[in-house]
Design a protein around this ligand. Structure first.
Ligand code: SF4
Ligand code: SF4
Ligand code: SF4
Length: 498
């Protein structure tokens, strides 16, 4: 159990658990903590003792709703005294010294319960040779460097930053204009009578799409018991392979050979994630400009209103890779209040940066702002860091902490989204929903209070994995329906537990 780390906590009257409430009558009890255990100890002892509950924050929001209601009801009757913003400073035989917003005082006391949760016995586990997944071992560091190198090479090649790089003559195959790093794409294009465009974009897209396809099929198998996930993964694969590769690369740039066929990415990816249709607008076909503007400024708010941030887990190219190739690392997402605060800060910052780059680029076509947008945002943050972070910090680092489109969708969906996930009253607090939420949302905190969640109270992207992994099917898409629960629970978990 976690300790108070204050003088006197080794006294016999300091305990970390309550076995039998009948052992305590007419005593001055201090309970330290703000979770369910602290609440339940306080509730169990309140009728026959004088209970003080010490809470470090200015509210109690972690226990289950029914425990919170019971606490507040007993506090209103004067049976429990809740001390907010208060920490214990020392324990003596008769008293507990406390501090509240800098003011010190004492409470008469017979017994103290410290209910601050517990820490893993890491030193012991390590001594036994058990390693944590997040330990920075040499092997893990080597994997980080290796994975980063592969991702870096992929994006350097895709962005044609390796043009002009000359391999030593002795490497034979790689040298020569028709076979070098980029030359072979021209050779293949000529061989295919121009139907396949020359250049790395087609082939980088092919690699990306192949990853989504192969790992997407794996996910279809993994979540095969869940009709929602089957539908979602089929849409994810089609979005990437058809909408984000075949149509922009082969149809518009290959078969139709449009000079500005690359603008067709804007058919599916709106601003401010894809801003390139704003570049050099005078030379663009009017259709691209009109579609892109309407999609970005009217389409995004509209679909966010009706579907929340579903776009992220069903359609977006970054999301397609995260949901398929990145699926195995979804449990590594950073969690906690601090991580959520960084989400807001990071997304607003990048949104501001992208807006500045676009404004500068529009004001002056020769401006280096477009180069910075490509280097800093597209290449470094969304590309290299976003993907290389998968095995170490989860599959949604770019999406959660940096994506400017996510911020826009959240701003709209936060107030208006009609999509939500509801929870029933059957939660067994196993924590699987929180563990597998790639957005680091504390799903169990909602679930144990039978509280629905959407973009008003979370950054949920409606991937539905929390629903799929719940062993008692306590979560449902949209409104909770007890009959649906009774009907589906007979089938057991949708995803076999590991
Ligand atoms: S957060 Fe941004 S990059 Fe990630 S899936 Fe959503 S729109 Fe795409
Ligand atoms: S809360 Fe559930 S549906 Fe929402 S992002 Fe997390 S796992 Fe997906
Ligand atoms: S997975 Fe289900 S039972 Fe487990 S904590 Fe989440 S909602 Fe509760």
């Amino acid at each position: 159990p976690r300790r108070l780390r204050i003088p006197g906590e080794d006294l016999a009257k300091c305990r970390t658990s309550l076995s039998d409430p009948d052992d305590f009558t007419d005593q001055d009890v201090v309970v330290v903590g703000a979770g369910d255990v602290a609440a339940e100890i306080a509730l169990a002892l309140a009728e026959r003792n004088r209970v003080s509950l010490l809470v470090r924050r200015d509210k109690i929001d972690r226990p289950k709703q029914r425990n919170r209601d019971a606490l507040h009801a007993l506090a209103a009757k004067g049976k429990i005294k809740i001390h907010y913003n208060t920490s214990p400073k020392a324990v003596t035989e008769q008293e507990v010294a406390i501090t509240c917003k800098g003011e010190e005082s004492t409470l008469k006391n017979d017994v103290v319960f410290c209910a601050l949760g517990s820490d893993l016995p890491l030193p012991l586990l390590r001594k036994l040779g058990i390693r944590m997944e997040s330990d920075w071992t040499l092997g893990r560091m080597a994997r980080l460097v290796g994975f980063l190198a592969v991702v870096l090479f992929y994006y350097l090649w895709k962005k044609e930053f390796l043009k002009g790089f000359v391999f030593p003559e002795s490497w034979g195959f790689w040298t020569g204009d028709s076979l070098g790093l980029y030359g072979w794409t021209r050779t293949v294009s000529e061989w295919a009578s121009g139907v396949l465009p020359a250049g790395p974009s087609l082939w980088a897209g092919a690699v990306y799409s192949a990853l989504v396809l192969v790992f997407g099929l794996g996910c279809l198998r993994k979540y095969r018991g869940d009709p929602f996930q089957r539908k979602r993964y089929i849409v994810v694969i089609i979005s990437q392979v058809l909408l984000l590769w075949i149509i922009p690369e082969i149809v518009f740039q290959g078969i139709l050979a449009l000079a500005d066929g690359w603008r067709s990415y804007g058919l599916v990816i709106p601003a401010p994630l894809y801003v390139w249709n704003f570049k050099d607008p005078m030379s663009a076909n009017l259709f691209w400009l009109v579609w892109f503007t309407v999609f970005s400024f009217i389409g995004v708010p509209l679909y966010s209103k009706f579907t929340g941030k579903m776009y992220c887990s069903w359609v977006c190219g970054c999301g397609c890779l995260a949901e398929t190739f990145g699926d195995r690392w979804r449990h590594l997402a950073p969690r906690g209040r601090r991580a959520r605060a960084w989400e807001n800060f990071g997304q607003w910052t990048i949104l501001g940066v992208v807006a500045c780059f676009v404004a500068l680029g529009l004001a002056n076509a020769e401006s280096t702002a477009w180069t910075w947008q490509e280097l800093l945002v597209d290449f470094l943050l969304a590309g290299v860091i976003g993907v290389a972070a998968y095995p170490f910090w989860g599959n949604r680092i770019w999406c959660r902490f940096l994506c400017p489109l996510s911020r826009v969708m959240h701003a709209v969906a936060g107030n208006t989204s009609q999509r939500k996930i509801s929870s029933g009253a059957h939660c067994i607090e196993c924590g699987l929903c929180s563990k597998y939420c790639q957005m680091g949302i504390p799903v169990m905190e909602f679930a144990k209070n039978a509280q629905p969640f959407d973009n008003a109270n979370s950054s949920c992207i409606q991937c539905g994995i929390c629903v799929s992994v719940c062993p008692v099917r306590n979560l449902q898409h949209m409104e909770w329906d007890e009959d649906v629960w009774k009907d589906t629970v007979r089938n057991g978990p949708m995803v076999p537990l590991k």
